[in-house]
Design a protein around this ligand. Structure first.
Ligand code: 7RM
Length: 653
């Protein structure tokens, strides 16, 4: 018996003015995008300004994992985000910087953005940054981050942004992996009233590193910071000295735009490489249709630019479309749980995009914080990063959106560059918890256990994509073989997403979560192997196994099962737990600290030594029976020991 889910129909007022106005129109365009992809994507590429035309729309081969879009064509991402809007939109706000203290930020018009980015680009040149050089940006959510991204793009340097919550070790790993020549940081970050010593973290990260020749420092708090002579320079002083003009480099469509690191199923993060023409075409098209962006709208994506969501939907997509984009430095709870709604009221935000984890955290605080503020400007709400549970969806839709806004649950990945499965505001009837239907040109396929595409409408399987799209990452920087192995080897001829998925009788897609060893904690990707490596770095630890378990706010919490060294049990349980959490924080970052740590005498392993995580996941959920077939375990008794330990832990907490 299939249970009837509630369906929320499209709002006619939104539909009337939307760029795509009906399901029939969507279907017609979708069919064309699949049958004549070159014609379809050429139309969207034409929305950008090109310095020189491309020769082929695409030269792609899913079997060999070779992808080229619009190659031969020349363009510049920074020019497309700024210069081409100057005639008509020079005085229009490009970025509204919403600083940590409510209302203390400022607005940057397109002309001002042009001036800042040109000066910043000239600073990069002054420090010998050339086309193709890698620049690490380790910055908080301040305008300088936007300036430096666009400045890199302007001169053809490749930026790699490292989220400002990552540790010195993580920064160092990324610097070394891409052999960065420059690091740009700030004296301190400021978030929710708390300071983060970014410059000092960079100093630690750079110990023993010789590829980095210079460090530029933006001043956010004007804290006293020591400068290394010859290496460190204050960004602001350097920008002042430069001319406010800088020609945009002609980049090939397939020249790299940026590298962004993300976690995979091994201990080493992958540097996904995105290129210029296809990426820009894709983020501009999706930003326009998915958010039903209309000229004059104030658009607010609350993500951090350190993640792909911020790259594509705070900076490149919105600015390519000449939008006003809000850059938010603070947190949903600072100074109180009204922050988003107060900001939306003050800035008259029309489109708001955030993560399910934030919605759950705010729903818990009660609706009074929302109702206090006028949200009548809102038209479209969005979510991204993880599956949204129907309860949180309904709260967002009804309480925040007053049941009159469209709600787009957008599924996509760092690898995809832009939104892939999503409702469209004027098109899609909504079912809470479903990302609904594919965007134009995207063909989802569900695979069965035998690696065969499932042809029936209703199905559950591993989510693959059957066709290339312009926004896809082209490689893993410095490790093309890993790119091929991770994404194209599991299902030859298809891109494998790493997600599980269900398709219902209406053709709606429901993402069920990762099927590999990647966790999604508050919408952030973390590899279990990365966390295990950090835990194993604690002297007393012999071995560990990390799994995700359902968590009310974070979506997934981190559960670590830890075996101790027999000769090293000289720490109290409490000290050991804090040592492990501290190590995770130091090696990766705060977000990698386990929520639960359980010391166990052994782990459930097969005779070949593979940890059976399925058993650990059940025990973590308090499911001690129905653990499945245990006969393949090397030592079945270990399961009872772990269950006993877990029972004791549950009694204590
Ligand atoms: C944009 C982003 C990607 C992983 C992906 C999924 C999960 C993202 C949704 C979602 C269900 C969604 N990039 N995911 N969006 N799951 N519904 N709307 O988050 O590279 O950091 O993560 O996130 O598992 O594979 S990411």
């Amino acid at each position: 018996m299939s249970q009837e889910e509630p369906v929320y129909p499209v709002h006619t007022e939104i539909q009337e003015k939307a760029s795509i106005k009906s399901l029939d129109q969507y279907r017609e365009i979708y069919q064309r995008s699949i049958h004549e992809p070159d014609h379809f994507w050429a139309k969207y590429a034409a929305r950008l300004e090109w310095f020189y035309p491309y020769t082929h729309v695409q030269q792609c081969d899913m079997k060999r994992a070779v992808f080229r879009w619009f190659s031969g064509g020349k363009l510049n991402a920074s020019f497309n985000c700024i210069d081409r809007h100057l005639d008509k939109l020079g005085d229009k706000p490009a970025i509204i910087w919403e600083a940590d203290e409510p209302g203390s930020g400022h607005t940057i018009t397109y002309s001002e953005l042009h001036e800042h980015v040109c000066r910043a680009a000239n600073v990069l040149r002054q420090f010998d940054i050339k086309k193709g050089d890698r620049v690490i940006l380790y910055l908080p959510m301040i305008p300088e981050l936007a300036y430096m991204m666009l400045a890199c793009a302007r001169i053809g340097a490749i930026h790699s942004i490292v989220f400002a919550g990552f540790s010195a070790d993580s920064v160092r790993d990324r610097i070394l992996d891409c052999q960065a020549k420059m690091v740009i940081t700030a004296d301190e970050g400021l978030r929710g009233g708390k300071k983060i010593p970014l410059k000092s973290i960079v100093d630690s990260a750079l110990r023993g590193v010789d590829c980095v020749k210079s460090v530029l420092i933006a001043q956010r708090t004007f804290a006293e910071i020591p400068l290394v002579p010859g290496r460190d320079h204050l960004l602001n002083q350097e920008m002042k000295r430069q001319r406010p003009e800088c020609p945009a480099e002609w980049m090939d469509a397939e020249d790299p735009l940026f590298i962004l690191y993300t976690s995979g199923s091994t201990g080493k993060p992958k540097g996904l490489l995105h290129t210029t023409g296809g990426y820009m075409t894709y983020v501009a098209a999706t930003h326009h249709h998915v958010f039903d962006y209309r000229p004059g709208d104030v658009y607010f994506c609350a993500a951090d630019i350190g993640w792909i969501t911020g790259h594509s939907y705070i900076i490149y997509g919105p600015l390519a479309n000449g939008a006003t984009t809000v850059m938010f430095e603070s947190t949903p709870l600072y100074p109180n749980p009204s922050r988003y709604w107060e900001t939306i009221e003050r800035l008259k935000v029309n489109i708001f995009y955030t993560a399910p984890t934030a919605i759950r955290a705010l729903a818990r605080e009660g609706e009074s914080h929302v109702l206090k503020h006028d949200r009548s400007s809102l038209r479209v709400l969005g979510t991204v990063g993880e599956p949204i549970n129907p309860e949180a969806w309904e709260w967002y839709y009804k309480v925040v959106g007053e049941s009159r806004c469209a709600l787009v649950d957008t599924w996509w990945q760092t690898e995809t560059g832009g939104i892939m499965i999503t409702p469209l505001p004027g098109v899609t009837d909504l079912k809470p918890g479903s990302a609904t239907r594919p965007f134009f040109g995207i063909q989802p396929i569900l695979m069965d256990e035998n690696a065969k595409p499932i042809t029936s409408q209703e199905a559950t399987g591993h989510l693959c994509l059957a066709r290339p799209w312009p926004g896809m990452a082209r490689t893993i920087y410095g490790d093309h073989e890993r790119y091929v192995q991770t994404y194209f080897a599991p299902y030859p001829g298809y891109y494998f997403t790493g997600d599980g998925c269900r398709r219902d009788k209406d053709g709606f897609y429901w993402i069920t979560g990762r099927v590999d060893d990647v966790l999604n904690v508050s919408g952030h990707r973390l590899g279990t192997a990365e966390i295990e490596a950090a835990i194993n770095g604690v002297f007393q630890v012999a071995e560990s196994a990390v799994i995700g378990y359902p968590h009310d706010i974070k979506g997934q919490g981190i559960f670590a099962f830890v075996i101790l060294n027999t000769e090293a049990e000289d720490l109290s349980q409490e000290d050991l737990v804090s040592a492990i959490r501290e190590e995770c924080r130091n090696r990766i970052g705060k977000l990698a600290r386990p929520d639960k740590i359980l010391i166990v005498p052994g782990l459930p392993k097969t005779r070949s030594g593979k940890i059976m995580r399925r058993i650990l996941r059940k025990i973590a959920e308090g499911e001690y029976k129905n653990l499945g077939n245990l006969t393949t375990l090397a030592d079945p008794d270990v399961v009872d020991f772990i269950i006993d330990a877990h029972k004791t832990m549950d009694r204590q907490t």
